[in-house]
Each structure stands twice: as C-alpha cells, then as structure tokens.
Design a protein around this ligand. Structure first.
Ligand code: SIN
Length: 543
C-alpha cells in the first residue's frame, strides 16, 4: 500500500513532536511511532533542560561546561548555536503551556536546578518529571493540529532511497536521495510504502542494546541502523553514556534516580555506607562528570563484589525532598524505600547515545531529503560525553533548525518528478512460529554488550564481542527474507546492527576519552590538564 505525505517524522519524543508542531503550517505531517505516542525517552526524563537563565550565568559558561564534558570532541560552532538558542526555545514551550517550576522567592524567574559538571544552576525543570510535562503538552498540541496525523503502533522497517529503487549502488560522487520509508502497521501486519519529500529520523537512542538501561523498551537504535543501511554516515557510537544512578530493585525496571539529587547534596555511599567519591575526584566528588562517577561505582562494585552502592539525600529536610522530587519519592516508596530517611540502592545503567547519524547545523544527513534530530543524530554538541540535561535542549533547538531548512527545501523537493517505488514484497516469507529465535538472540546481545562493551572496555573484550556478534548478524540476515516481519524481529535487527557499530567504533578508538574507557589505553593526562587544554584551544579559536 502506498501512502503519500509531505513530512514523514519517525519518532514521537521531544524532537519529533516539537518539529511536527513547527512543520504543521507547511503541509501534511505524518508522525509514526512504534508504540503509543508517549512511549519515549523524553517521557522518562527527570532532570530538565539546561538553559542560561540565571543572573550569574552566561552563554560562555554553558558553552565551556559543554566543551569540557565533550572532552575535546564537541564542535564549538554547534555548541555555541545550541546554547544561545536555548532561552527562545524554552519560552516557546512556556507559551505552549509547559508548567516549568518558578523560583519561590521571585516567581518572575524560573527555578533552576543543578547537575554534575555545570558551573552554575541552569536546569529548567517541572518538579522531577520534566520530560513527562513536555511530552504531554506537545502531544496535546499535536492532537489539535488538523495537518498532523500520529500513527501509533507503526514501526519503520527501512528507508527508501533512490539508488535502491533504481537498483544500483549509491554513487559516491553524488548525493543519494531519501524517498520515504517502509512502515509496518503492527496491528494489521501490512507494510506500507510511505513516500515523502522530507523524512526525519527522531527515533531516540539505543539503550536497549545493553542489559541494564534507563531507556524505554523502544530505544533500539532504529534511526541509526536505518540510516547506516541507507548509506548515511554515523559517528561517535563508542561514546555510550552510562548514568551512574538507576534504582536497584528486583521489581523496578529502568527507574532513574536523577542527577539532580546529587545537585541538591546527595552523597554516594559504598556497601558499608561510607562516602567514596573523594577517592576518584577529590574536587568535584558526586558532581564530577557522569563517566567518572559511573566508573567509580563500577570499580566499587567490582572491588566489593556487592550488587549496588547507595545514594543518600536523607540529611536534607523531608519536606524539601518530597516537594523537589515528588516522582522519585513516591516511586521509591512503592518499592519500600523512604528516601527521606534511608539511602537508595543504585547501580549504573546505559543512558544516552552521544553519537548517531551525522548531521550539519540544520539536521541534514548525507542523504537529500533525510534529516535526523535528537538522540538519533550526531550534531557535534556532545562530543565524547554529554553534559547533563543538554539532550532535551538539543532536541528542541535542532527541531527548530530542521524546520528552517525544511521550509526552504520542501517546495523544490516536492516538485521533483515522482519515481515508481515498488510495494514491499514479502516473497515466500512465512510466519515465525518460534519467538525464542528472537528472544534468545536479543538476550545474548544485551548481555554481551554489558559484559564486554560496557563502562570499562579492553581490546580483548571488544574482539570477543565482535566474534560473537557476527554469527548472530548472519542468522538475522537469513531470517530477514525467510520470515514475515514483526515488531520484535525489526527491533532485533536494528539492535544487532547498532551493537556491531558500537563495537566497531570502540575498537577503532585507540585511546580513552569521555565515555569510552579502555584498559589498554588509559587516559594519558589528568582531568585538570585536559580541561585547561580544551579551554585554551577554544579561546585561541575565538580570538
Ligand atoms: C537525570 O535526571 O539525571 C538525567 C538528566 C539527563 O540525562 O540529562
């Protein structure tokens, strides 16, 4: 079945929905999303949006903090652009009705939280469920727009490119063009041919590649895998960010304990309830970069042989904790943990993909008509490690940038002559009767990635991971044509593809940097030296 739309957006988090709102006046927008429109990483985001609003803050300070976190790989022009646009994008959200907290002393001002590696208070938040508040307002707004259609339970299989349709390899001297995507309607099992002058990948990250993750089930790296298969460049995939503190409880799945708790003074304690961050970063302690804190916890767990460490905020007044962190307080209480009087058991978990599909400052990828935004993209903002709460900011700003470029290019792309795109051909594919063929491989990949390609890596472990992934990738490739596609199978295919890309990227990096740490190439220089070098370099470039 062939469906035509003007703008095809794959994914319904902050980047996808805010872009849909901006594109709505230009034409028909179709948003496809794997499950319900609010099954997104945005919806789980607790901390907030990093943005310069404080009287003691400046764009330059936010820029510097982002560059330090990025450990020398962030692109300064992109950092500068995103940081400077922050306040305007936040005001747009306020105008749409997002209930960001106000400063209790001065309601004219926003209340600003603090997180690791930020030199100032600058986290705009709605209690401790900022993402949920943004997701709801954007979801409501999109429902009111007659030109935006949201298709839930629709999962993208692959991008449609001009070279594939014409049956030849992409011409590396010319830009290939994206014509849309094949999309499976999970309810009916029909694969639709969606054609659009402009297609946008807003599929979020790939946390489900790992056994333990703060991400929702939908985070299987679809955008990265599809773009790679279509011939677009992907980069920085070795830089997976592990969040130091996810709730450790057998019944709790993916529940994050926000870094904002450490921003408000929470301490990390070992299994004997002794603080330990002083040993790893004497100056910044609990507010050191996420890579440092996650590695410190990993070392403590390996040395003690225990299952978890603890995060303790119980020294702060109970009414402050309940008011500032209502979501975390209530959720922990459900699991029998009263955070106002006892420490919280925590472990690190895969949290954010700093790399992704390479884009320019307008979200354009290597393929004409194909854009990528949010966690799916690699704009150059995060470099080797993302500064906390810069992700929602990037999603908002880059959606705005895509809307500017789409406005310019859409008329020309739409006027191009149409190419006949054949419908999806299921050939002799039959139903896959044994779900175990998928669930077993899914489980193997996630354990393998956690054990061999996790917080601490080595050349040996990376080599073994690749060796073990290859037969799984081959098996998936064989099954791809033998069996009818299902959501689980499409997700497994993407997950395996992204796992392989992460391993390849990590194997190529012969150094430790940001979120990539390998025992064979430890950091050459201490953190203060690296920070001074980054600052010096950025000053020289500005002069
Ligand atoms: C958190 O609340 O700790 C997560 C914020 C982020 O990942 O930026």
């Amino acid at each position: 079945m062939e469906d035509k739309t003007d703008f095809l957006i794959i994914g319904s988090g902050i980047a996808g929905l805010s872009l849909a709102v901006k594109l709505a006046p230009l034409g028909h927008v179709t948003v496809v999303t794997k499950k319900s429109r609010s099954d997104t990483a945005t919806n789980l985001a607790q901390g907030g949006v990093a943005c310069v609003f404080g009287p003691d803050d400046s764009f330059d300070l936010h820029r510097q903090d982002t560059l330090f976190a990025g450990d020398g790989l962030s692109h300064e022009d992109i950092v500068d652009m995103i940081v400077r646009q922050g306040p305007d994008r936040i005001r747009e959200l306020i105008d749409l009705g997002v209930p960001f907290n106000r400063d209790p002393e001065d309601p004219e001002r926003l209340d600003l939280g603090k997180e690791g590696e930020h030199s100032r208070r600058r986290i705009v938040h709605a209690e401790d469920f900022t993402g949920q508040a943004i997701q709801k307002v954007l979801g409501d707004k999109v429902s009111q727009l007659s030109s935006v259609e949201v298709l839930e339970d629709h999962i993208a299989v692959d991008l449609i490119t001009e070279s594939k349709i014409k049956g030849h390899l992409p011409d590396i001297t010319a830009r290939d063009r994206c014509l849309g995507a094949y999309i499976l309607d999970v309810g009916t099992g029909v694969i639709h041919t969606f054609l659009a002058p402009i297609t946008v990948l807003a599929t979020g990250g790939a946390g489900k590649v790992y056994l333990y993750t703060s991400n929702p089930d939908v985070a299987t790296g679809a955008g990265i895998a599809m773009a790679y298969r279509a011939g677009a460049r992907v980069a920085n995939l070795e830089f997976v960010q592990f969040h130091p503190t996810c709730l450790y409880h057998l019944e709790a799945k993916n529940f994050l304990i926000s870094e904002a708790l450490r921003g408000e003074g929470a301490r990390l304690l070992d299994s004997e309830f002794r603080p330990f961050m002083e040993k790893y970063d004497p100056e910044r302690k609990e507010l050191a970069g996420r890579d440092i804190v996650a590695r410190a916890i990993d070392t403590e767990l390996k040395n003690s042989g225990k299952e978890c460490v603890y995060l303790d905020i119980s020294h702060r007044p109970a009414d402050f904790i309940q008011r500032r962190f209502p979501n975390i307080y209530r959720t922990c209480l459900q699991y029998g943990i009263d955070i106002t009087s006892e420490p919280i058991p925590v472990v690190p978990a895969a949290h954010y993909m700093c790399g992704g599909v390479v884009t320019n400052r307008y979200g354009e990828t290597d393929l004409e008509g194909l854009f990528a935004v949010g966690e799916t993209a690699c704009t150059g903002l995060h470099g080797a490690n993302r500064l906390a709460s810069n992700s929602l900011l990037e999603g908002l700003v880059m959606a705005h940038q895509v809307s500017l470029r789409a406005r310019e290019t859409f008329p020309e792309l739409r006027s191009r002559g149409s190419i006949h795109v054949p419908p999806w051909d299921i050939g002799g594919a039959v139903d896959m009767k044994e779900a175990i063929l998928i669930s077993h491989n899914w489980d193997v990949i996630r354990r393998l990635m956690w054990n061999y390609v996790g917080i601490v890596r080595s050349t040996k472990r990376l080599g073994l991971a690749r060796e073990r992934l290859l037969p799984i990738l081959n098996e998936i490739q064989r099954h791809y044509w033998d069996y009818k596609l299902t959501r689980d199978f499409i997700e497994l295919r993407n997950l395996a593809q992204v796992a392989e890309l992460i391993v390849m990227a990590a194997s190529q990096r012969k150094e430790s940097r940001g979120g990539h740490f390998t025992l064979d190439y430890p950091y050459k220089d201490d953190w203060n030296w690296r920070r001074d070098t980054i600052l010096q370099k950025s000053k020289t470039r500005c002069e």
